[in-house]
Design a protein around this ligand. Structure first.
Ligand code: 26W
Length: 817
C-alpha cells in the first residue's frame, strides 16, 4: 500500500473520517446523533480501511501466481458485517473511543445493521464461516453467490403459528458492497442450439435466438483476522438488457417494454426458503444457471486477459468448489464455454473441467436431492442439455467397460433418470464432472460411499473424501462471547483465535476451583443476557439458576424438535403430580424457521407454542419449568443464544443430519451436548470424551434394522411416561380451543412407518435428560464438563476444515479421477 494512504487510514484518523462520512458523504448535521447514519458513516470508515488492504491482497495473489479457488454457493448466510470487521481489523477500541464524542455506544450503533440473511441454515452459514477462514489462512478464495433483494424471510408468531414477512435487507442500501458494472456478464436462456461451419471449415455448435439477462457483480470485502488480507465475496444481481425489448419499442409500446424488464430482474429477487426439499421450480434453475455462468465467465475472462486462449495451465491456476448440487450446472457450463466460446476440443475441455471442479454433498435426504426435468432443462438451457447427454453417454460407456453387461448398474448410474418424466440427477453430474466429492462429517461420508453413491465409489474410490465441518472461532467465540474470550486470553494467551488447538491448554484448569468459578460466573452473565433477549422477544422470564436447555435450528421432522417437546410434556406431567424427585429446574428454548410450504414443520412450531403457553401461565410451575419459542432465529440471535446455553440439543434421527454446525458453536461456548450418534456429534463426543456428552438413542445401523419391525404402539403401551404424554396430547389439553389440530403429529408418532422413529428413542432420551439433571445439580461437576467442552472444541474450527480442503482438494498435487 502506498505510504500516504496507509498513514491516512491509521486508527488515529478514525474520528475525522467518521465525521467526514457523516457530514459530507451522507450529508447529515453532525449534531443530530442518529444511530442509523452513524452506523452508515462508521461502516464507510471501516470500509475505507478494508479497500486499501483489498488491493494489496489482489496484488500479492497475482505475484505469487497461486491457484485461485472459487467457492460457488447459492447461499451465504453472512449475518452482520460491522462487528466482524472491527474484530478482524482490531479496530474495536479506537472505534469505541471515537464514538465517545457522539455520546453513543458501539453496541447501539451495531444494532442498526440488518443481517445479510442470504441463506437458509447450515449450508449457507458454513459458506460464510469458510470465507472467514480462507481470508485468515490467506488463501486466494473468492466466494461467488447471488445478491438476493429479499433474503431469508422474517418469522413472526401469531396465535402460535409461524407467519412469514419479507426481508428487504437492502432497503437502506448496503454500505459494504461495491458495484462493479465494468465486469457485467451476459447470461443466455432459451433459444436453440445449431451446428455451423466456422471460418476454418470446422463444424461447431452455437446457441442462438436466446433471451439474455445481464449479471452485474457487487463485491463485498472479506477480511482475515489481523493479517492484512482481504478476500472477496462477489454477488451477482440480474438486470435486463436494453435490446431485450427492441421489438416492442419499435411497435410503440414503450411502457409495456419497460415493464417487461421485470422478468429479467426477477432472477435474483428472492432466496428460496426451502431447506432440504427440492421443488423443481424453473425460476430456481434460472438462479442456478445465472450464478454458474456469470461466475465462470468472470474467471475465464480474467484468464484470457492474461494468458490468451492458451488453457494448458488453467487447471493448475483455478479451481471451483461446488456447495452442494445447487451450482453443479457449472460443470456443463464450463464445457460449453471452453468448447463453444474458446474453441477447446472435448477431450481437453473435459480434463480441464474434471480437474477444476470439486463437489460437496450436504445431505442424504432423498427429498433434497436435486433432479431437473429434462424437458424443463432442455427448454431453458438447450445447449447445456446436449452437453449433459454427451457427458452421460461417455460416462456410461466407462461404466459398461468396468461392468460389462450390467444393465441395472448402467440405469442406476445414469445421469439421466429414465421414466415418464426423465430427470437429470444433479448429484451424479456433480460426481462425474469433479475430481473430488466430499461429505461433511465422518459418518456422513461413510453413508455416502456405502449407500447413496456406492456405485460411484466402486468405480472411482479415490474421488471420495471427508471434510468434517467447522465454524469460525472469530464470530462464534471471540466476537459473541467477549467475557469468555478475555478469560481465555488471560489463561492460555491469545493464540487460540487462530490456533484453536491451544484451547487444549484449558484441560489443566478443569479441576481448578478458582478458574471454574470464573468460568461459571461468565456463563451466568451470558445466561442473563440471553434471559433479556427472551424477555423482550417472548415476554417470559428465564431465571439464570435454571438449566438453559436449547434447540435452535431449522424446523424439520428429522431434527426431531417433536422429541424435545415430548420430553417437555413429560416434565409438565410429572410436575402436575408433584413428582420433582431428581429434577432440576429448566428453561427450554426453541427457535428456527419452517419452510413456508412444510405443513408438519409449521405444526411443530404451533405445538411448541401451545405447550409453552400452558406451562408458562401455570404459577405452580414457575420455579421449575419455562418454555419459549424465540421468533425469527438468525445469525445475530445465535450470537446471544450460544454463549448463554448450558445444554445443546442435537437429537436428530441417527443417519439423517449430515453434520450439524450449531452443535460446534455451542460446544465452543461451553455448552454440553445431549445428542444421538449422528453427523459431527460423533466426533464431538470423541473429542470431549464420553463422560462429557449425554448420549442416547439408536445408532444409524440400529435405526435401519429396527425400521423393518418398528412398533410405536407397542413402545407406548409399555412406557408409562410416554403413554401419559400421548394421553395429554390426545386429550386436547394443549389445544382446548382448536380441536384436533395436532392429529397429524400424533399420527406420525404412532405410525409404524414413521421415518424419524421418535417413539423408539423416547425412553433413552428421557434417561439421558435425567443424567443431565443429576450432573447439573453439582456445580463443580457441571463446570468441569463445560470447561472440557470448550477445551476440546479446537477440532471444530473452520480453520482446520479449510486447511484440509486446501491440502487434500485445492492444492493436492495429484488430481484424482
Ligand atoms: C434444493 C433444496 C435444498 C436446499 C438446501 C436442498 C438441500 C439444502 C441443504 C443441503 C440443506 C443444508 O443446509 N444442509 C446442512 O448442511 C450443513 C453444512 O454442511 C450440515 O451441517 C447440516 O447437517 C445439513 O443439514
Amino acid at each position: 500500500m502506498n505510504e500516504d494512504l496507509a498513514r491516512a487510514l491509521e486508527a488515529t484518523t478514525l474520528d475525522e473520517d467518521l465525521l467526514r462520512h457523516y457530514s459530507l458523504t451522507l450529508g447529515r448535521d453532525d449534531n443530530d446523533g442518529s444511530h442509523f447514519y452513524l452506523y452508515h458513516a462508521l461502516a464507510l470508515t471501516v470500509r475505507d480501511r478494508l479497500v486499501a488492504q483489498w488491493r494489496d491482497t489482489r496484488d500479492t495473489y497475482q505475484q505469487k501466481e497461486c491457484r485461485s479457488i472459487n467457492y460457488l454457493s447459492l447461499e451465504f448466510l453472512m449475518g452482520r458485517t460491522l462487528n466482524n470487521a472491527l474484530l478482524n481489523l482490531d479496530l474495536e477500541l479506537p472505534v469505541r473511543k471515537a464514538l465517545q464524542s457522539w455520546a453513543c455506544d458501539l453496541e447501539a450503533v451495531e444494532q442498526e445493521e440488518l443481517d445479510a440473511g442470504l441463506g437458509n441454515g447450515g449450508l449457507g452459514r458454513l459458506a460464510a464461516c469458510f470465507l472467514d477462514s480462507c481470508a485468515t489462512l490467506q488463501l486466494p478464495v473468492t466466494g461467488y453467490g447471488l445478491r438476493y433483494q429479499y433474503g431469508m424471510f422474517h418469522q413472526r408468531i401469531e396465535n402460535g403459528y409461524q407467519v412469514e414477512l419479507p426481508d428487504r435487507w437492502l432497503r437502506h442500501g448496503n454500505p459494504w458492497e461495491i458495484e462493479c458494472p465494468e465486469a457485467t456478464r451476459r447470461i443466455r436462456f432459451f433459444g436453440y442450439s445449431e451446428s455451423y461451419r466456422d471460418g476454418n471449415g470446422d463444424i461447431r455448435q452455437r446457441w442462438v435466438d436466446t433471451q439474455d439477462v445481464l449479471a452485474v457483480p457487487y463485491d463485498i470485502p472479506i477480511p482475515g483476522y489481523r493479517n492484512g488480507t482481504v478476500n472477496t465475496l462477489r454477488l451477482w444481481a440480474s438486470q435486463a438488457t436494453d435490446e431485450f425489448d427492441l421489438t416492442e419499442f419499435n411497435a410503440g409500446s414503450y411502457t409495456d417494454a419497460v415493464a417487461a424488464k421485470n422478468q429479467a430482474e426477477q432472477i435474483t429477487m428472492v432466496l428460496y426458503p426451502n431447506d432440504a426439499s427440492e421443488q423443481g421450480k424453473s425460476l430456481r434453475l434460472r438462479q442456478q444457471y445465472f450464478l454458474a455462468s456469470a461466475s465462470l465467465q468472470d474467471v475465464l475472462a480474467n484468464w484470457v486477459a492474461t494468458a490468451g486462449h492458451d488453457f494448458s495451465n488453467f487447471a493448475a491456476r483455478n479451481g471451483f468448489q461446488l456447495n452442494d448440487t445447487h451450482p453443479t450446472v457449472a460443470i456443463a457450463e464450463l464445457m460449453r464455454l471452453l468448447m463453444d466460446e474458446y474453441r477447446v476440443g472435448w477431450n481437453e475441455a473435459w480434463v480441464i473441467t474434471t480437474s477444476t471442479m470439486a463437489y460437496t454433498n450436504h445431505t442424504l435426504l432423498p427429498e433434497a436431492l436435486e433432479k431437473w426435468s429434462v424437458n424443463l432443462f432442455g427448454d431453458m438451457l438447450p445447449r447445456l442439455l446436449e452437453i449433459i447427454h454427451e457427458i452421460n453417454a461417455r460416462f456410461l460407456s466407462r461404466v459398461a467397460d468396468k461392468w460389462p453387461g450390467d444393465q441395472d448398474r448402467q440405469a442406476r448410474m445414469s445421469i439421466i433418470e429414465e421414466g415418464d418424466e426423465p430427470r437429470i440427477r444433479m448429484a451424479y453430474l456433480g460426481i462425474v464432472g469433479s475430481h473430488s466429492v466430499n461429505g461433511v462429517a465422518a459418518l456422513h461420508t461413510r453413508l455416502l460411499t456405502r449407500g447413496l453413491f456406492r456405485d460411484f465409489y466402486e468405480l472411482t474410490p479415490g474421488k471420495f473424501n471427508n471434510k468434517t465441518n467447522g465454524v469460525t472461532p472469530r464470530r462464534w467465540l471471540a466476537h459473541c462471547n467477549p467475557r469468555l474470550s478475555a478469560l481465555l486470553d488471560e489463561t492460555i494467551g491469545r493464540q487460540w483465535v487462530t490456533n484453536m488447538d491451544q484451547l487444549q491448554g484449558l484441560v489443566d484448569y478443569a479441576d481448578d476451583a478458582a478458574f471454574a468459578e470464573r468460568f461459571m460466573d461468565i456463563k451466568q452473565a451470558n445466561k442473563a443476557a440471553l434471559a433479556r433477549l427472551v424477555e423482550t422477544s417472548c415476554g417470559v422470564g428465564f431465571s439464570t439458576g435454571m438449566i438453559f436447555d436449547v434447540q435452535v435450528k431449522r424446523i424439520h421432522e428429522y431434527k426431531r424438535q417433536l422429541l424435545n417437546v415430548l420430553h417437555v410434556i413429560l416434565l409438565y406431567s410429572r410436575l402436575l403430580h408433584n413428582d420433582t424427585a431428581g429434577l432440576h429446574p429448566r428453561c427450554v428454548l426453541f427457535g428456527g424457521k419452517a419452510a413456508p410450504g412444510y405443513a408438519m414443520a409449521k405444526l411443530i412450531i404451533k405445538l411448541i407454542n401451545n405447550v409453552a403457553t400452558v406451562i408458562n401461565r401455570d404459577p405452580r410451575l414457575r420455579d421449575w419449568l419455562r418454555v419459549v419459542f424465540v421468533p425469527d432465529y438468525s445469525v445475530t440471535t445465535m450470537e446471544v443464544i450460544c454463549p448463554g446455553t448450558d445444554l445443546s440439543e442435537q437429537i436428530s434421527t441417527a443417519g439423517k443430519e449430515a453434520s450439524g454446525t450449531g452443535n460446534m458453536k455451542f460446544m465452543m461456548n461451553g455448552a454440553v451436548t445431549i445428542g444421538t450418534l449422528d453427523g459431527a456429534n460423533i466426533e464431538i463426543r470423541e473429542a470431549v470424551g464420553e463422560d462429557n456428552f449425554f448420549l442416547f438413542g439408536l445408532t444409524a445401523e440400529e435405526i435401519e434394522t429396527r425400521r423393518q419391525h418398528y412398533d410405536p404402539e407397542g413402545i407406548i403401551a409399555v412406557d408409562q411416561g410416554l403413554a401419559q404424554v400421548m394421553q395429554l396430547l390426545e386429550s386436547g389439553h394443549f389445544n382446548l380451543l382448536e380441536s384436533g389440530i395436532f392429529a397429524p403429529l400424533i399420527a406420525a408418532i404412532r405410525n409404524p412407518g414413521d421415518p424419524w422413529m421418535t417413539a423408539a428413542d423416547f425412553r433413552s432420551y428421557v434417561d439421558a435428560q435425567q443424567r443431565v439433571d443429576d450432573r447439573f445439580t453439582d456445580r463443580a461437576v457441571w463446570a468441569r464438563m463445560s470447561i472440557l467442552n470448550t477445551a476440546c472444541s479446537g477440532r471444530f474450527s473452520s480453520d482446520r476444515t479449510i486447511s484440509e480442503y486446501r491440502d487434500d482438494i485445492w492444492y493436492a498435487d495429484k488430481r484424482r479421477d
